[in-house]
Design a protein around this ligand. Sequence first.
Ligand SMILES: [Zn+2]
Length: 109
Amino acid sequence: MADALPCIRCGALLTPYDQAISVYMFAQTVAVSPKQKSDSERIKICPLCSVSLAMGPEPEGPVNVKVYRMLRNLIGPCDQLGEYVWRSLGSGVVVPSEVLPPPRRLSAV
Ligand SMILES: [Zn+2]
């Protein structure tokens, strides 16, 4: 299948229609003339691995730390990925947003 890539962590095959996070990387020379640039590489991370990595401890290694921080910044405000992961864990699992009670209105005293 064209453009299908495995999750870099678990190996699950991810098509362009599957929810995932893509990380693009390339190398480029600095202060060298003429400027050289490598081919771009793309990795994909499935939602379950993305959330698992982002909620885990900070990894070792500067490149791993950069990716970890990008995942945390991306996943934090993305309710859709979190809900997808909760639902993919199986039936009977309660989605966190369903646990929270409805907001209360403050009454004037
Ligand atoms: Zn995965």
